[in-house]
Design a protein around this ligand. Structure first.
Ligand SMILES: Cc1cc2nc3c(=O)[nH]c(=O)nc-3n(C[C@H](O)[C@H](O)[C@H](O)COP(=O)(O)OP(=O)(O)OC[C@H]3O[C@@H](n4cnc5c(N)ncnc54)[C@H](O)[C@@H]3O)c2cc1C
Length: 333
């Protein structure tokens, strides 16, 4: 692919290698897509900025096949080795711009380095809205299991624990009710304001959820508890675990640059692993509307890479239909 040079140097243009498939993201979605694409014998590059959420998982117990659990960093290392073994190339880069022109995608990172690709898989994940703790204190609380963000992932590990849920709104109420299926000791408390009506609060109490209406002024994680302090009150409360229900920010900026519509949460459509309105563009994992889980991200990656491969085959007249039709045409002549 020929790109024009935008500086004043004497080289007016240069040729860069064009990959069949460029993945943005090296989490479970991007690495699964890379493995599949490479095994379809597609030249495959994975651009990533080391921000997989999976790297923060102390020990996951719901990735099928790992009954003793596996730490997120170990899973990512295994998946990286697997994708590289079959030929995928991983490059550290924070992709800032992506565009499509003349049938090719161009990806540009924050340093201005460019890559070209015939198809793109965006597996860019999401960022959690977190409680206000210093970075290392926050990560230590996650590692000690006193701070959790995903009941689907780890509520099972907190059966009969003292559980606090932060966020006195509909999301917090929904999360508290889910967690009450694992423990009878669930307390809902507001980050700032109570956004539920008196009737809703009454229904929660009848469902066995305890309520605190004063907002949390300080979070004090220890190695085995989350101690919560409240503004005017000198009686901190200790819980075995805190689940903030504060939502997330999908990393969908690149998808938006290519014109994909986003839903009200900022996610791309659930069908995006199968294809989008931009020919050759696919999405996978947490950036897609659905269940934010490793096994789902892996499945999306497999689907997106297969769809990208088949889309490239169609463009190249390489499908069974095209080859067989062509053969019949020759025979008829
Ligand atoms: C503490 C914690 C515990 C969890 N526990 C579990 C569990 O037990 N079970 C489970 O199934 N799930 C769990 N999850 C969720 C799980 O981590 C995610 O569902 C999974 O990582 C999603 O995979 P993904 O590939 O879509 O996104 P991610 O793993 O987040 O990867 C996104 C990738 O995109 C890259 N990226 C994004 N934007 C750019 C850009 N502009 N340029 C370059 N690179 C970019 C990032 O660097 C990263 O490589 C947990 C999450 C957390 C935080």
């Amino acid at each position: 692919m020929v790109l024009s040079c935008d500086c004043s140097c004497t080289r007016r243009a240069w040729v860069i290698h064009t990959y069949d498939v460029a993945n943005v993201g090296a989490g479970p979605a991007g690495l699964s897509a890379a493995l599949y694409a490479a095994r379809y014998c597609r030249s495959t590059i994975v651009l990533h900025d080391w921000a997989s959420r999976a790297a923060r998982i102390p020990l996951t117990h719901n990735v099928p096949g790992f009954d003793a659990g596996i730490a997120g960093p170990d899973l990512l290392a295994l998946m990286t080795r697997h994708a590289e073994k079959f030929g995928a190339t991983l490059v550290e880069a924070h992709v800032d711009l992506v565009a499509k022109a003349d049938g090719y995608f161009t990806l540009v990172d924050v340093q201005g380095v460019k890559w070209a690709a015939r198809s793109v898989i965006l597996a860019t994940g999401l960022k959690l809205n977190q409680i206000p703790l210093e970075g290392d204190v926050h990560e230590a609380a996650i590692a000690h299991g006193v701070l959790r963000y995903c009941p689907v992932c780890d509520a099972f590990e907190h059966k009969d624990s003292r559980i606090a849920v932060l966020g006195c709104d509909l999301s917090g109420a929904a999360e508290a009710l889910v967690l009450s299926g694992y423990s009878r000791d669930v307390t809902l408390l507001p980050r700032r304001d109570v956004e539920l009506t008196d009737a809703e609060l009454g229904n929660l109490e009848r469902a066995g959820i305890s309520l605190i209406t004063e907002s949390v002024s300080r979070y004090e994680p220890t190695t085995n508890e989350m101690v919560l302090h409240f503004g005017s009150n000198n009686n901190p409360l200790a819980f075995d675990v805190l689940y903030p229900a504060l939502g997330c920010r999908p990393r969908s900026r690149l998808a938006a640059q290519l014109g994909l519509p986003l839903d009200k949460l900022g996610k791309v459509a659930a069908t995006a692993p199968f294809g989008t309105d931009v020919p050759g563009l696919f999405c996978a994992g947490d950036v897609v509307d659905g269940l934010d889980q490793i096994s789902v991200a892996m499945g999306h990656g497999a689907v997106a890479a297969t769809k990208a491969h088949n889309w490239l085959r169609e463009r190249d007249g390489d499908t069974a239909e095209a080859v067989l039709d062509h053969g019949r045409g020759d025979g008829d002549e």
